[in-house]
Ligand binder design. Structure first.
Ligand SMILES: NC(=O)c1ccc[n+]([C@@H]2O[C@H](COP(=O)([O-])OP(=O)(O)OC[C@H]3O[C@@H](n4cnc5c(N)ncnc54)[C@H](O)[C@@H]3O)[C@@H](O)[C@H]2O)c1
Length: 317
């Protein structure tokens, strides 16, 4: 892959952004990282990253970006559908206004491309079949509305700033925030299983999702940043495998002896079931296979044991 001078990674203190930054550093890129540390942790930021603490929703944030960033990988944002209902205006600021500010920065500085962290939440309620990118979007959460709006701003300005939008499905793996029990289905369940052996499930066990391991997601972001083929495209980032919530819970309980689960209430704005059609992703970015769920969960659980049950690292409550 071609080495460029500098790549800007937003949300670099978060789960996916920090992994993507490490992938780019391994490839020999220089990485500038921005994060306001509202959800992420400075400890996640690789030391080689030129780090700037700034809130991208503020117009002034762009002024703190050093010159020479040729590409933007935009992963900063509020990433929970549930939390988006607490303060929809804050959600719009974090997920949409921040994107508009970066678009303006990108145009003014003749940035070559922006790759955007969109979400399967843009689709809303769908039929029980692989969902492709041409599907009509009707988001159910404020989060999904904000992500879709950000995609549309990218589309409007595409002649001035080439874009790629990656509609990620459920990403999981080491580095997920194990203390936030309102963000990330796999981390929420695994954290509860490890902390007290009892998983509260907010919603039906028959719901289904598409779980994709973090290493596969990093590979997709590397290719989306480097290859000419995805420019102007919106791509699903999922495995195409339909997994019910109940099947996920059984996997987790098999990894955490003694753990069990119970259903209690529901999550606002939750989709009943969704999984990705992956033909466009595979063709556009030449992606072959994906990590199997049991393999990915095993690696995640091995890492999470240290974080959740090691008192030195802080037991979650
Ligand atoms: N994790 C998933 O399964 C998933 C799925 C689809 C889309 N996404 C999107 O991918 C991105 C990364 O998700 P994640 O799981 O790594 O979440 P995360 O919460 O771990 O990381 C997001 C980071 O963005 C930072 N941030 C938030 N608002 C900011 C602002 N205004 N200015 C600067 N920094 C800000 C946070 O401090 C955090 O470090 C998010 O945009 C999320 O919506 C995630």
């Amino acid at each position: 892959m071609t080495t460029v001078r500098k790549i800007l990674v937003t949300g670099v203190a978060g789960f996916i952004g920090s992994h993507v930054a490490r992938g780019l550093l391994r490839d020999g890129h220089e990485v500038v990282g921005i994060d306001d540390l509202s959800g992420g942790d400075i400890a996640n930021v690789p030391p080689q990253v030129e780090f700037i603490q700034a809130d991208l929703a503020a117009r002034s944030a762009a002024r703190s970006i050093p010159s020479g960033c040729r590409k933007i990988l935009h992963l900063a944002g509020q990433s929970s559908g549930e939390i988006s209902f607490d303060d929809p205006i804050a959600d719009i600021e974090k997920n949409t206004l921040s994107t508009l500010n970066l678009i303006r920065y990108g145009i003014e500085n003749r940035v070559e491309r922006i790759v955007y962290a969109s979400s399967m939440s843009v689709y809303g309620e769908v039929e029980d079949a692989p969902i492709d990118e041409g599907r009509r979007c009707s988001p159910l959460s404020c989060y999904g509305v904000g992500k879709l709006a950000a995609e549309n701003y990218l589309r409007i300005y595409r002649s001035k700033l080439p874009f790629v939008a990656l509609r990620m499905f459920n990403v999981y793996g080491p580095g997920q925030n194990m203390k936030n029990l309102r963000q990330g289905m796999v981390s929420i369940y695994l954290a509860q299983a490890l902390a007290n052996g009892s998983i509260e499930v907010k919603g039906s066990l028959d719901r289904f999702r598409d779980f994709i391991y973090i290493d596969d997601v990093v590979e997709i972001w590397r290719r989306a940043a480097a290859s000419p083929s995805p420019l102007g495209r919106i791509l699903n980032v999922g495995t195409g495998v339909r997994t019910t919530v109940e099947a996920l819970l059984k996997h987790i309980c098999a990894l955490v002896p003694g753990a069990g689960y119970f259903v209690h209430g529901a999550t606002p704005g939750d989709q009943s079931g969704i999984y990705a059609a992956t033909a466009n992703l595979k063709a556009c970015l030449d992606i072959g296979g994906f990590t199997q769920l049991d393999e990915g969960l095993l690696k995640f659980a091995q890492w999470a044991r240290g974080v959740v049950v090691d008192p030195a690292a802080g037991v979650i409550s």
